[in-house]
Design a protein around this ligand. Structure first.
Ligand code: BGC
Length: 427
């Protein structure tokens, strides 16, 4: 048998690939006092879980963007905080619109491709008092807000995300009870989901009237699913249902209103039949003995490959708009980045049109209902002093960006016990 040559070449990504990181306003800006989340956390969350000044990104965006630039990023994803811009119903604050213009301009001046999310989980408190996304009027309110801000900001935005993770928002706010208003009603969740779909379509059309060449999508929280027992009919049926509802339903209800797919990938889910009735259900990753993140989510790089291949059937360009690990051990983040990006590379090699990757997140941030404990950032934030310190993983990411791919010498970091700093410094 002939010996195959060991290949030392870089795993190259397509030319013009976007490399960046993401954030959302409420998770990093601080002091967003007119939002529903702020109002809710004062009475429903222990003090250490409240957003407070968060990473003070509202005042430190310039420093943060300079850091991202020095780390080689060529793209950035961020969101607007609706409650800053429209703190009271129908009253728009021109100073805040000006603020966001300055923020976006700062990114453009540094050469970033800008991806702007119009809605990322939080709402103005007045909007929530009027019934929030479960009310039929939500579509009108959101569209009015969008129509006010888009003409002012459009020159600084390259890619638009209408709504971040409608599925997560609807289920967490109206079924699971993790997000305000913590209702537990399938009916309200369904209304919320369909109102968001309406809102997406309207905003998509409006953006295309403003500029027929704009690129618009929504951020889809996709998961990969696997059955425990390969031949179990119940498990396979459950897998089919879950995959279709969770990963594809918003796409169906908003057909023909996507210029690209924006995929947020974090989780691999295993399905198993159990109990007396042999009903299929999701198995908690920690109980399977698999490697998990600090939030208990299974680390399964192959999952991102499967999802990318699945979504390639839409024949639209794909951006990975979120992918990241909550870990206090940055070596794990390095291995996470390399192993997931390796799978993204393979999906790209298989013909999937992947155009960018946004690591979640640029900074350690306020992880919504989980507070400040989970550490997702490429850059450490000391929330007492607001000092920023790039983590070793951010330099590994920088090397990948510089090479527009994964150089062979970095792949050896996938082995354990390697000092990341040393390998990166020696380059
Ligand atoms: C959300 C982010 C969040 C991340 C990690 C995503 O579902 O869009 O806001 O921080 O998950 O939990």
């Amino acid at each position: 048998m002939g010996q195959s040559k060991h290949d030392h070449s870089t795993l190259k990504f397509p030319e013009g690939f976007l490399w960046g990181a993401g954030s959302s306003a409420f998770q990093v800006e601080g002091n967003i006092k007119d939002s529903d989340w702020w109002e809710w956390e004062q009475t429903h969350q222990p003090e250490e879980f409240r957003s407070g000044q968060a990473a003070d990104h509202y005042n430190r965006f310039e420093e943060d963007f300079k850091l991202a630039q020095s780390l080689g990023h060529n793209a950035h994803r961020l969101s607007l905080e609706w409650s800053r811009i429209e703190p009271r119903e129908g009253e728009f604050d021109d100073n805040e619109i000006e603020h966001y213009k300055t923020v976006l301009k700062s990114l453009k001046d540094k050469g970033f491709t800008v991806m702007l999310t119009l809605h990322h989980f939080t709402n103005p408190a007045w909007f929530a008092h009027l019934g929030g996304w479960s009310s039929g009027k939500s579509v009108y309110y959101f569209e009015r807000f969008v129509k006010r801000v888009v003409p002012e900001l459009k020159d600084y935005v390259d890619l638009w995300i209408t709504i971040n993770e409608p599925w997560i928002y609807a289920t967490h706010a109206y079924v699971i009870g993790h997000f305000p208003p913590q209702k537990k009603s399938y009916w309200l969740a369904t209304k919320c989901f369909f109102n968001m779909a309406q809102a997406h379509k309207k905003v998509y059309r409006f953006l295309h009237v403003v500029d027929p060449h704009v690129k618009v999508g929504f951020a889809n929280p996709v998961e990969s699913f696997e059955t425990f027992h390969a031949h179990s009919l119940q498990e396979n049926l459950a897998k089919w249902v879950l995959d279709n509802i969770r990963n594809h339903s918003f796409n169906w209800f908003t057909q023909k209103t996507h210029d690209f797919l924006a995929l947020n990938y974090y989780k691999h889910q295993r399905i198993s039949i159990n109990g007396h009735w042999q009903l299929p259900s999701l198995v908690e990753a920690v109980k399977t003995g698999k490697d998990v993140t600090d939030l208990g989510w299974e680390i399964h790089p192959e999952g991102i490959f499967d999802v990318l291949i699945d979504f390639s059937s839409y024949k639209l360009p794909i951006y990975i708009t979120e992918n990241g690990i909550a870990s206090k051990n940055d070596d794990r983040r390095v291995r996470f980045l390399l192993s997931y990006l390796k799978e993204v590379y393979h999906a790209s090699q298989s013909g999937t049109k992947i155009k960018g990757y946004f690591y979640w997140s640029l900074l350690d941030n306020m992880e919504l209902n989980n507070g400040f404990d989970p550490k997702f950032g490429l850059i450490e934030v000391n929330f007492e002093t607001q000092k920023r310190t790039p983590k070793p993983s951010s330099f590994v990411y920088k090397e990948i960006i510089k090479n527009n791919g994964i150089p062979h010498y970095l792949l050896k970091l996938l082995g354990h016990g390697i000092q990341v700093e040393e390998v990166v410094k020696s380059k």
